[in-house]
Design a protein around this ligand. Structure first.
Ligand code: ATP
Ligand code: MG
Length: 784
């Protein structure tokens, strides 16, 4: 039942329409990049609302990034109107789970978390682990490195669909089940269970969850609480998921718990774009599990690529052909191809970055909007020289997924104040701020305070966290304004006692401000009350730090600056308040909670919000580019061991190699019209100069586009003689355009070219076939 002329079906092909108007039943859409999966998902939501009369508040859309969620809502505004669009719930797995728990975590029996829980990011969890290593395992404070332990805890948690309440022994077993090689690891056998239990106890007493917990607690909530289950099943009668190939075990279980009985689930994905197995994503979810768990699931395949030109699609297909385990789906480009793929060689990462900035500027001059240009790279560390080059060239840019701001000391300090004000049980944050700015509460005093709190009566079956004892309690003593019990009871000397009282009094005053302020005003008040600007101004680079503090105040004042999820509470039959698409500033405890949640989710690799609104070139990792599209894409660092990436500590196995293939495939298929593949001869990595071979994928692409193996081309190490001044590439002498027909001609013209027309003398020597250029040049020759 549908109108073929409905606006959301306009221009769609038959398969796309079939998916959009399919009867309400479990449905899976499988298709390659750029084939309109996301567009179909939006079309489906429109169809549910406009044609089937489904109330928008009954729709839950899970997207991979907050940006995708926002885009979806924007598109829906056009098709179903603002009021309707506002009522659908659209967000990432983490943001949806977080909102569910915010409302219902108290229903999770024995979990010991209140609805004002905080979310601990990597740095917070590592600081807990470091403390356990030192206090419990007596490790040397300077040497204790929590990174491996954290990744083991996280791996254990992702190996179990809902680890809530499981103890360390069980988690160690779960970890070994997924990684049998760990079975004989004495660390896992002897230390891990205790470490895990201590870690959990810490989180619990701090009323905190880590990122893994968000998902497993939400699954556990739905499984164990009839009330929550009914609420959410009633609330979200239609569940749609984009990028389904990258769902993890607990994400999949969340969908199953929500949709199992109603079976109104619609997922889209592409196994060739699965790039998160290293973080626990399971391709089996889309390949087989979905069909077996959702009986009678229909499948629609899409095979036309609307995004990229034929040349780009051809290059991408050649690359994905390198994966051993790929989808049998073919992809036909709708858009014709031309000179769309270019390989660019530069001397080093600085020249590469300059090239990227110049090329972006050139594209912009020719009419491409800046935000339709992206520079992609394999590792975050590659962003620095690029950023610098863009600044030098004066080209507006934004580093997507850059959380550097939130990891700055002054920002973490200030956020820690807000967190303690929100949840006094947050021990990690309390430890951070109790003597910041310095107020004479040294480690000795802190230890005494902790001992004092540990001796207090337990609350809710747990020892009283220090923050609760200091900030939440009323102590009836006549002479101290009831702030604290007498110094002697706390085991403190007079000076320390005075210092602690001072801190407590400031925090209690600020606590009163929470209820009457929005997050911006509150942050400003904290800064003022603790003299924070004066404190950071005295530090190294003081002015800059003061600037960052002001920026946090302004972010806190602008509710749209940090993403939070709309719609969980909104409008519907079972819903309460009305969170809107047009965000309003929330005040009080709830507003503070929303703000802090937004910041926390930003720190989760998965939900990073992108500052994509600005008209600026996007710099981002290949992973972050998933699902997005740009007119012009430059992929930098197309060098062996970077693409495909080789970890320093281990040789990569075949499965890892395949994932690298898929990742590069994702990168290539982001480009609509123009794709540059950049490689440098040498690059600074891990603080040393690395001479690099070209990525083997470049040769695969070259062969697919021009065939054959011209000797001259192979000498240049990437299949292209880099010696041509292309008509529209005058600023980059070492580029070769790889249009499918133009390249053969290009090679013919350049065969025998004696010298490159740019670069250092060493480069020119090398390009001209003379020896003694780059040390690494010899290594290339050995490979030929
Ligand atoms: P990815 O796997 O990379 O996420 P996708 O399958 O989700 O890709 P979309 O982003 O939905 O693909 O679509 C890719 C581009 O093609 C978009 O610009 C979209 O608007 C366009 N497109 C999709 N279907 C059609 C169509 N039938 N007619 C014209 N353009 C289309
Ligand atoms: Mg998509």
């Amino acid at each position: 039942m549908f109108r073929a002329d409905a606006p959301h079906l306009e221009g769609m092909n038959d398969e796309q329409i079939a998916a959009i108007v399919a009867p309400v039943a479990p449905m899976k859409v499988l298709a390659g990049p750029g084939s309109g999966k996301t567009r179909v998902l939006v079309g489906r939501v429109t169809h549910l609302i406009n044609e089937l009369g489904v109330p928008p508040s009954h729709i839950l859309c899970i997207t991979f990034t907050n940006k995708a969620a926002r885009e979806m809502r924007e598109r829906l505004v056009a098709s179903v109107g603002e009021e309707n669009a506002r009522q659908i719930t659209a967000g990432t797995f983490h943001s949806v789970a977080s909102r569910m728990l915010r409302k219902h975590v108290h229903l999770l029996d024995g979990y010991g978390r209140g609805n004002d829980f905080v979310i601990y990011d990597e740095a917070d969890t590592k600081s807990i682990i470091r403390k356990i290593m030192v206090d419990v395992f007596m490790e040397d404070k300077k040497k204790a490195d929590p990174a491996l332990a954290k990744s083991r805890i996280s791996a254990a948690k992702s190996a179990v669909d809902a680890c809530v309440g499981m103890d360390g022994r069980r988690m160690a077993r779960a970890l070994c089940d997924t990684r049998p090689s760990l079975k004989r690891d004495p660390y896992i056998r002897d230390q891990f269970p205790r470490l895990y239990d201590e870690y959990e106890a810490n989180l619990r007493s701090s009323n905190a969850l880590d990122f893994d917990d968000l998902l497993s607690a939400a699954v556990a909530l739905l499984r164990t609480s009839e009330e929550a289950r009914l609420f959410y099943r009633q609330r979200w009668r239609h569940v749609l998921v984009d990028e389904f190939q990258d769902t993890s075990l607990s994400q999949y279980e969340l969908i199953r718990a929500l949709a199992a009985e109603t079976a109104r689930v619609f997922v889209v994905g592409d196994v060739d774009q699965a790039i998160y197995s290293w973080r626990g994503a399971e391709v089996a979810n889309i390949r087989t599990k979905f069909d077996s768990d959702f009986a009678g699931a229909g499948t629609v395949l899409l095979t036309k690529n609307y995004r990229s030109t034929a040349t780009i699609v051809k290059a991408a297909q050649a690359v994905i052909g390198e994966s051993r385990d790929r989808s049998p789906l073919e992809l036909d480009a709708v858009r014709p191809g031309g000179k769309d793929v270019a390989v660019v060689a530069t001397e080093d990462e600085i020249e590469e970055a300059d090239f990227a900035a110049r090329e972006a500027a050139r594209a912009a001059r020719s009419g491409v909007p800046l935000k339709d240009i992206a520079v992609l790279y394999r590792t975050h560390s590659q962003s620095r020289p690029l950023e610098e080059a863009f600044i030098r060239a004066g080209v507006p840019h934004v580093v997507v997924g850059d959380t550097a701001f939130y990891t700055r000391k002054e920002i973490k300090d200030l956020v820690a104040y807000l967190r303690v004000l929100f949840n006094s049980r947050d021990t990690v944050s309390l430890q951070r701020i109790i003597n910041t700015p310095p107020r004479k509460i040294g480690p000795g005093t802190l230890e005494k305070l902790e001992a004092w709190a540990a001796g207090l009566p337990w609350v809710d079956g747990m020892p009283q966290p220090l923050g609760m004892a200091l900030l939440d309690r009323t102590w009836s003593t006549p002479d101290q304004d009831d702030l604290l019990p007498p110094a002697a009871d706390m085991g403190l000397a007079a000076g320390a006692y005075k210092a602690v009282s001072g801190f407590v009094s400031v925090m209690r005053e600020l606590g009163e401000a929470v209820e009457v302020s929005d997050p911006g005003a509150l942050t400003e008040e904290v800064v003022r009350r603790i003299g924070f600007e004066e404190y950071v101004a005295d530090m190294e680079n003081g002015d800059e730090r003061v600037g960052y503090v002001k920026e946090l105040v302004s972010i806190a004042s602008d509710p749209s600056a940090v993403e939070s999820l709309d719609g969980v509470d909104g409008g519907g039959a079972a819903g309460g308040g009305d969170n809107g698409a047009t965000k309003r500033k929330s005040t009080g405890h709830a507003g503070l909670g929303e703000f802090l949640e937004g910041i926390s989710l930003l720190m989760s690799a998965e939900t990073r919000s992108e500052d994509e609104g600005a008209d600026a070139v996007k710099l981002m990792t290949l992973h972050a580019a998933k699902g997005l599209e740009f007119d012009t894409v430059l992929i930098t660092g197309c060098e062996d061991e970077l693409i495909p990436f080789k970890r320093g500590d281990a040789s990569s196995d075949a499965a890892e190699h395949d994932e690298e293939v898929r990742l590069f495939y994702v990168g290539l298929t982001r480009a609509k019209r123009k794709l540059f593949l950049c490689r440098a001869f040498k690059r600074q990595r891990f603080g040393r100069t690395v001479y690099a071979d070209p990525s083997p994928f470049l040769e695969v692409i070259r062969e697919s586009l021009v065939g054959g193996k011209p000797p001259q081309a192979r000498r240049a190490g990437m299949g292209i003689n880099p010696a041509e001044d292309d008509a529209n590439t005058d600023e980059s002498p070492r580029r070769a355009a790889l249009g499918s027909d133009s390249l053969a001609e290009h090679l013919r013209r350049t065969t025998g070219a004696k010298a490159a027309t740019g670069g250092s003398p060493a480069f020119r020597k090398y390009a001209a076939g003379e020896s003694g250029g780059y040390a690494k040049a010899n290594a290339w020759k050995r490979r030929m």
